[in-house]
Design a protein around this ligand. Sequence first.
Ligand SMILES: Cc1ncc(COP(=O)(O)O)c(C=O)c1O
Length: 413
Amino acid sequence: MNAPVQDLNTFDVEAVRAQFPILQRQVHGKPLIYLDSGASAQKPRAVIDAMTGAMEHSFANVHRGLHTLANETTDAYEAARRSVQGLVNAASVNEIVFTKGTTESINLVAAGLGQSIRPGDEIIVSQMEHHANIVPWHFLRERLGAVLRFAPVLDDGSLDFAAYINMLGPRTRMVALTHMSNVLGTINPAKAIVDAAHAAGVPVLLDGAQAIVHERVDVRDLDVDFYAFSGHKLYGPTGIGVLYGKAERLQALPPYQGGGDMIASVSESEITYAAPPHRFEAGTPPILEAIGLGAAIDWLATLDRRAIAQHEAALYRRIKAGLDGAHWLTEIGQAPGKGAIFSFAVEGAHAHDIAQILDRYGVAVRAGTHCAEPLMRRFGLTSSARASFALYNTLEEADAFVDALIKAHSFFA
Ligand SMILES: Cc1ncc(COP(=O)(O)O)c(C=O)c1O
C-alpha cells in the first residue's frame, strides 16, 4: 500500500497528478487535458507497478498449483478480491465476483434470471441507462417474452421517481438502474430505489460503473442485491470488473459460463458446481488485471474520498461559471447534486466536430451517443459532447477547456 499523499480534508492535485505518467504527454504540441475519464480513466504508477511487478516477479495460474509462484499469484488475486470487498463494504469476500467489466456483470445476472423468466414478466430499467444495462434485458424480451419498462427521465435529468414507483408491480422481476448516469451525471437515489423495490419484493441491480468512482458505495447500507462496476474507470486496468451479489442471491443464481475452476466435480453424467464466487469465474480469470484493480483500490484508499468529491465539484462549478451566458450551448442534465460530468450540445455544430477541434487544443472529450441512445432520443438529440472529470484534473484545465470550447464555437458562429 502507498503512503498517504495528502492530509485529511486537503487535496493536493499536483501530488496526485505526479503519480500518473501519461499526464506528462502532449497532444498536437499542447499539454494533454484529459476529460474523458468517464469512458476510461488513466492509471497511476501504483497500478502500473503492481501489474508489471507481478509479471516480472511472481506470476502463474491461480487456484490450481502447488508450487510457490502459483500460491503467490493466488494470494495476490484473492487479496484483490478482499480490496474490492473493503471498497464496497460487502459482508463476505465470497460476495465479490470478478468479471471482465460492468457489461459482463450485468449479462451474468440477466442470463441467470433468464432461466426463470416467463412471458409477461417485467424488468424495470430507465431512460438514462447505458446500453450495458439495456441490451442484456432486451435479450430476455426477445428470447423469453419479458417486458422492459423504462422509468422516465425528467427535463432536468433526474429520474422520475414517482413513475418508477408506479411501475413496480406483481410482474416485476428485477429493477436494474444506474447509480450515476454516464451522460447526465445524475446520481440516482439508490437507497430509496432499493427500499421501494424491496417493499414490492423485487431485487435490485445497480449499475455502478460511474458512481463507484465518485461516490462512497456501501452495499450493506444500500441493501442492494447486485452492484456492478468496471476496473478501468476506477483507475485500474481494462479487462476486469466486479459483480457484487448478496450471498443468497449469488447462491440462487445459475452459473453463467462453464469450464475449469467453477465446478466442485465433473463426471460423464453430472456436474456439481463450486460455491460462489468461483462458480461464476469459469476458466483462467483476468489475474493480472485483478491485481491491478486491487492496487487501484488500495491506492484510492490512501486518498481522502470526500476531498476528491469536493475537488471534482469545484471543477464542475468552474466550467459552469466559465460558460455562464454562453447562449449557444445547451447542457444536458442539470439534476441537483449531479456529479462532475458535463454533457453539452453546441448550436449549429456537430458534437464530433467540436470534439475534433478540442483535440487540436490538447483537450480530450467524448462525442457521440455515449451508448445511451434512448436517453439521446429523450432529449431530442442524435449525439452530444461530454467532458468528464477525474481526481487528476485541475482548475487550470477546466479554464483551458472553457477557452478551447469558446474558440471551437467561434468556427461555427
Ligand atoms: C453507466 C455505465 N454503465 C456501464 C458501462 C459499461 O462499462 P464497461 O464497458 O466497462 O463494461 C459504462 C461505460 O461507459 C457506463 O458508463
